[in-house]
Design a protein around this ligand. Structure first.
Ligand code: ADP
Length: 349
């Protein structure tokens, strides 16, 4: 059964004074982003966006600068009001919440991490992390206890009494993450949280975040302009262009079946070796034509979830085709050298 934590239905954001008229013209005359700008002086921020995010999922939103990623994520905690559409988070209709219910929702259930975390410069790391709890009126003892626990989660034990300026950029982002975790929100909204960091530090934080997210079972919407990052950490990825979602899929689906040239341009630079699996390139065993003298009885077996990298390893140890098996150990497909090379080349047979 699906367990959606976030649902967006046909959400639009038109920036500008004439947004209502612009929206009407889009509906009745199907105007595009350039025409809306020319005729109404309005900017289409996001256009007809719909998706849902399951509990525990890391849902990445990826696209070029200006494609609408930040506008999208700011709708989820209603920092931005949509021009049209429906937004539900944790079963609540976000657009009908009163001001106080919205404040409560943000303080208790939605954590946000930005690219440049605005840490409070005159407060210690401990007090920065405990700040959301202070706003909620929690006593100092609780704040210190939670703050200690969250700093430990992001490997910052021992830095409690430092000030933000004494920490590196990567450490400051970790303080930001600890602060977002302090109120133990079910949902994390992360807008390019690691984009300003050096590649090595960035990689470490991605890995740390993934294991934390799995351990704490958070539901995350993660914005990035980097497909590599989206593929590494996302369970699913939504790709945005000019305010629209052009494709939603798992990393494997996006890489093997890019929806259009825009997505294909991103995918071209990505190594497919760990992303494409035997099941998507194998030939059906029932229609496979063995070469003369080929006997699949002698072939090595591999699971349908074996990735290209592992298939290459197997292939280098044998002249036989590889027989692919289902989870139940039934022979279902065949990958010979030609199929494998085509898979490496294009991600598809
Ligand atoms: P991204 O996060 O992908 O870089 P944004 O969500 O910031 O993209 O922007 C999407 C579009 O909306 C862009 O064309 C941008 O110029 C426009 N936009 C964003 N915020 C505003 C605003 N406050 N007023 C007018 N236009 C805006």
């Amino acid at each position: 059964m699906s367990d959606s934590v976030i649902e967006l239905q046909n959400v639009w954001k038109i920036f500008g004074d004439n947004s209502t008229e612009a929206m009407r013209a889009i509906e009745t005359r199907g105007l595009g982003k350039p025409e809306v700008l020319e005729e109404f002086g309005c900017v289409v921020g996001i256009a007809d966006c719909s998706f849902s995010v399951e509990r525990g999922e890391i849902f990445c939103v990826m696209g070029l600068s200006g494609s609408g990623k930040s506008t999208m994520v700011r709708h989820l905690n209603r920092l931005i009001e949509p021009t049209a559409g429906k937004i539900s988070v944790l079963g609540k209709d976000m657009l009908s919440l009163s001001a106080s219910a919205l404040r409560d929702m943000r303080a208790r259930h939605l954590g946000m991490v930005f690219q440049h975390m605005a840490l409070l410069p005159h407060r210690t790391v401990r007090d920065n992390v405990g700040f959301p709890l202070q706003i909620r009126g929690e006593p100092k003892s609780t704040r210190w206890e939670v703050s200690q626990k969250c700093l430990s989660m992001v490997n910052l034990d021992g830095y409690e009494d430092r000030f933000p300026r004494e920490l590196s950029g990567g450490m400051q982002q970790r303080v930001g993450l600890a602060r977002a975790l302090a109120s133990d929100p079910e949902v994390l909204l992360m807008d390019e949280p690691f984009s300003a960091l050096d590649p090595l530090i960035r990689r470490q934080l991605q890995e740390q975040f993934m294991s934390l997210s799995a351990e704490l079972n958070k539901t995350t919407v993660f914005i990035t302009h980097d497909l590599d990052e989206a593929i590494r950490i996302g369970n699913r990825i939504a790709i945005m262009k000019d305010g629209r979602i052009v494709q939603i899929g798992t990393p494997e689906q996006i890489v093997t079946n890019p929806a259009d040239d825009y997505v294909r341009d991103f995918v071209d630079g990505i190594s497919k070796l760990k992303l494409v699996f035997a099941r998507s390139i194998m030939e059906d065993i029932n229609t496979y034509q063995p070469a003369s003298g080929e006997n699949l009885q002698h072939s090595p077996r591999a699971s349908h979830g074996t990735d290209l990298d592992q298939l290459i390893d197997i292939s280098t140890t044998t002249d036989q085709a590889i027989v692919i098996q289902s989870d139940d150990g039934v022979d279902i497909g065949v990958i010979n050298k030609t199929t494998l090379l085509k898979g490496i080349q294009g991600g598809k047979a």
